[in-house]
Design a protein. Sequence first.
Length: 399
Amino acid sequence: MKPTLLHLCLAPCALLAACASPEPQPAAPEPTQASAPGASESPAPPERAVALEDIPHLDEVLGAAFSRAGVESLFRAERLELHGIICEREADPGEPYLCEAFPFPIRSTAKLTTPASRAEVLGAFFAGVAAPGPLAMCFEPHHALVATTGDEQIVIQICYSCGQYQIDKGEQSLGSGAIGEAGSEVLNRVLGQTHTVPPGELEGRPLAYWLERFRAGVGKAEPSELEERAVDLIDDCLTSGELPQAELRLVLAAQRARLEHDRSAVCAVLQRTISDSRHEPARREVLSWVAELAQRPPSNSAYRARLLELADATWDLLSEPLPEPPLTEEQRQAGVMSFDEEPTASPELRALARKTLATFRWAPADQIAWWHEEAAAVEDPQLRKQLLLALKPLPRASD
């Protein structure tokens, strides 16, 4: 097995253990005389203090990923803190940050001051280490454990979405390893978070912040670096379609303002939204807008080509396989599986796509003819009928 974190890191972490105070042992209960028959029962002995051995999942990671001395140095550190961090940017002046080597803004903090709280958080972390998931090539941590004793500080950054954790001491890397999602809900609860990354937030800042900079850069010959970043984020935001409906409309309004200055780029974003997003509200909003754009034939050839790509994306949406009927309870019990791996367009979205495609009346005759050929070749009679119905309003011999 390839050595990870505490094969590599917790030898230095063991230095922390030497500085940590020994764990207090529970006092032995005072001896009591045996109770006579009928006498009241003696008080229950005091509860045993939480010890290192009480950390959940400890046995599953000892030796495989962590040394006992390393875990002990974390458990007994003078200070142990759990942070929610924003890894996408560096902290602004005056904003609290993780450490000098990783100046990520801190979103929230939980100080783990009791053995019970330390055991809970370390056990949640070990739960993911004991059951690692698939590794991604990225590393975008949004949780961090920081153990400090004297001048020594160990930082464990955790990225549940990428399936990795990384351990550092100052600027020295001590190792890394794989981690699964198990335990992430405990860390979020301890931090008082309902989400690892709050919805409607981009790179640790609210959507309104980026929309303001997006609008400021529209039409500029040389937008600032922050304005260019805002354009990328807003484009990604629309393509992913993960925003609530109200915020999605704000993004579309910003793109409308940009349309007169960068038509081809905006159309490319809309095309990706129709083709790639599995978020129906985003696709509905974009299709409604595309229908407006297609009402008037464009004079610019590049813009015209982009609009026709939007028409093709709308056609592809209509051409998606029809949804499979839901499985019956008897089929589920029999172990039958659905092969519809991705959600397909709803009937409502298909109806909107059909109306949108009908607005491309200025499309070239050869393109409209190609759509008809594609529709006629579809084997499924129900889908073929829907496609031909969508093409009916389009002229067959006009350009």
